[in-house]
Structures are given as C-alpha cells and as structure tokens.
Design a protein around this ligand. Structure first.
Ligand code: FES
Ligand code: FES
Length: 170
C-alpha cells in the first residue's frame, strides 16, 4: 500500500493508504481526527470541510494522494493553544450551534472566507455552500461578521490559525 506524508494540524504524519482513499476517512479512521464530519460523501453538504494549504476543501472528495507534502488543518488545529481562533470564539459568543453536526465544516468555511475577504458582505456569506439542516444560517452570518471585526487585529497563517498582531482582540 502506498505511503503518504503530510502535515496535519502542525504535525507530520505518515499514512499507508490506497491512493484513492478519501482524506476524510484517513483523518477520521486512521488518525482519529473526528472534527470533519461525514454527511453525504459526494461533495454536496460540506460537513467534511477542512483546509489544505490554507484553502477550504471537501475531504470526502479529496484523495489522500492529493495531499502528499501538503498542510491539512482541521477544526482541531484552529486554536492557538488555549486561545480559540476568532471564528471559534465568535461562534461561542453568538451561540451558533444547534445539533452541531455541520458546525466544524461551517467554521472551516468561514475561516476560508475570512482569509479571502476581510469584510464579507451578506452575499459573500450566503455564497458559502455548507448545509445546515438545523437552519442556523442567520447566526452563522452574525458570527462571521463578529469574527471579521475581531480579526481586524489578527493575522491568519497558512495553517489557518491566528496570532495577535495588535494586542488582545476586542
Ligand atoms: S461529506 Fe458531504 S461534502 Fe463531504
Ligand atoms: S447545527 Fe444541526 S445541522 Fe447545522
């Protein structure tokens, strides 16, 4: 079986896996990283969203062979030690989650959006395709706007994590 080496949440990992095995199953079943969720398996629901080299991807539709040598960030790797990523903190402040199942993917999609657009419009936020069967879209929109305000004092690295460049976030 081929061997693949890549980085997950700041740590190098070696995985023996068929080349076409979905990254989602490598993360969940081989590495025990269960933040990325299995919803549809066909690149529709986006519950499996993670970052690869800083960009959002759907891990159910990404072969492990495609991440050889790359950096994968899951929801587990967003916080900086005990300091939550500003998006995570905004999610808590606004109490976004209902059942919670879609929320890791929603947060990773929001991190990706805020890396591309520091002050997203409603239309930018509505363009996120992650599905929430509990209908938390209104609170997601609020949280992304709150995170954007928080992140005016942050830089987001390629790993997707945040470090303060202007002191404590407001
Ligand atoms: S599990 Fe639905 S898009 Fe990946
Ligand atoms: S919070 Fe339940 S599916 Fe989104």
């Amino acid at each position: 079986m081929p061997n693949y080496t890549f980085n997950v949440n700041g740590q190098s990992v070696d995985v023996d896996a068929p080349a076409d095995l979905a990254l989602l199953w490598v993360l969940r079943d081989k590495l025990g990283i269960t933040g990325p969720k299995y919803g549809c398996g066909v690149n529709v629901c986006k519950a499996c969203t993670c970052l690869v080299d800083g960009q959002a991807v759907q891990t159910c539709a990404t072969r492990v062979s495609a991440v050889q040598g790359k950096a994968v960030t899951t929801i587990e790797g967003l916080a900086n030690g005990d300091t939550l990523h500003p998006v995570q903190q905004a999610w808590l402040d606004i109490d976004v989650a209902q059942c919670g199942f879609c929320q890791p993917g929603q947060i990773m999609a929001a991190v990706d959006l805020l890396k591309r657009t520091s002050n997203p419009t409603d239309a930018d936020i509505d363009a996120i395709e992650n599905i929430c069967r509990c209908g938390t879209y209104g609170r997601i929109r609020q949280a992304i706007k709150a995170a954007a305000a928080r992140m005016s004092g942050y830089q987001v690295s390629e790993r997707g994590d945040a470090s303060s460049v202007m002191g404590s976030p407001t």
